[in-house]
Design a protein around this ligand. Structure first.
Ligand code: FE2
Length: 223
C-alpha cells in the first residue's frame, strides 16, 4: 500500500509564533493522520490498494463520497504543509510574482482578495491560488473539495477549517490568514508548481466511466 502519512516538511515548532507546536501536532498528528488512516482502510483489498493518492482522489470524486472525502483531505493537507515555510510570507517573487501582477494588478490587490476568499468561506474549507488559462485565480472550496479534480492547477492553499487555527487564534480567522500571508506563505512552492505541473494518471479500473472521461479531459488540459 502506497498511502502513508508524510512527515511535516519542517519541525513541529518551526512555524512559531504564527502557528504553535501544539496546533501542528494536533493538526498533522491527529487530523491529517486520521484522513490517511481512513483512506488506507477504505482501499484495503480493493483495486485502488496500490494507487497513488492523486489517483484515488480522482477515481473517487464522482463515485465514492466517503473515499473522496478522506483521500482529498489527505491530499489537501499534504499540499497545505508545503504551502508554508519557516520565514515565509511577504511579497511574492519569481514567476509567481509576475503572474500575480498580470492577474490582479498588484500584490496588494491579490492579498486583499485572498483575505476575502479565505475569510468569507463559510464553515470548513480551503482557499487556493490556482493557475487557469495562463493566469492565476483565487478560489475557495468547501469541506474536502479540491481543485485537483478540475482543470485548475493548484499552486498554494490555506486550510480554513477551524482545527487549523482555533488553538492559536480561537475565532479570529482573519488573524490566522494575516499570519499566513505575512509570515508563512511559501512562494518557492508556488514557483515549483508553476515549473512542474502535476502529472497524474487515472487508474485503468475507472477508465471507462463518465467520471474517468471528465478526469482524463481535465488532466489533459492541465498538462
Ligand atoms: Fe486541516
Amino acid at each position: 500500500m502506497s498511502i502513508t502519512l508524510p512527515p511535516l516538511p519542517y519541525a513541529l515548532d518551526a512555524l512559531e509564533p504564527h502557528l504553535s507546536r501544539r496546533t501542528l501536532g494536533v493538526h498533522h498528528g491527529n487530523h491529517h493522520a486520521a484522513y490517511v488512516a481512513k483512506t488506507r482502510a477504505l482501499i484495503q483489498r480493493t483495486p485502488l490498494e496500490s494507487a497513488t493518492l492523486e489517483e484515488i482522489v480522482l477515481s473517487s470524486a464522482e463515485q465514492d463520497k466517503t473515499l473522496f472525502n478522506a483521500s482529498a483531505q489527505a491530499w489537501n493537507h499534504e499540499f497545505y504543509w508545503q504551502s508554508m515555510r519557516p520565514g515565509g510570507g511577504g511579497e511574492a517573487h519569481g514567476a509567481i510574482a509576475q503572474l500575480i501582477e498580470a492577474s490582479f494588478g498588484t500584490q496588494s490587490a491579490f492579498s486583499q482578495q485572498f483575505v476575502t476568499a479565505a475569510g468569507d468561506q463559510f464553515g470548513s474549507g480551503w482557499a487556493w491560488l490556482v493557475l487557469e488559462d495562463g493566469l492565476v485565480r483565487i478560489i475557495a472550496t468547501s469541506n474536502a473539495h479540491t481543485p485537483l479534480t478540475t482543470p485548475q492547477v493548484p499552486l498554494l492553499t490555506i486550510d480554513v477549517w477551524e482545527h487549523a487555527y482555533y488553538l492559536d487564534y480561537q475565532q479570529r480567522r482573519l488573524d490566522y490568514i494575516a499570519a499566513f500571508l505575512g509570515h508563512l506563505i511559501n512562494w518557492d512552492f508556488a514557483n515549483q508548481n508553476l515549473a512542474r505541473p502535476r502529472e497524474v494518471g487515472v487508474p485503468a479500473l475507472v477508465g471507462t466511466g463518465k467520471a474517468a472521461r471528465s478526469q482524463s479531459q481535465a488532466i489533459g488540459r492541465r498538462l
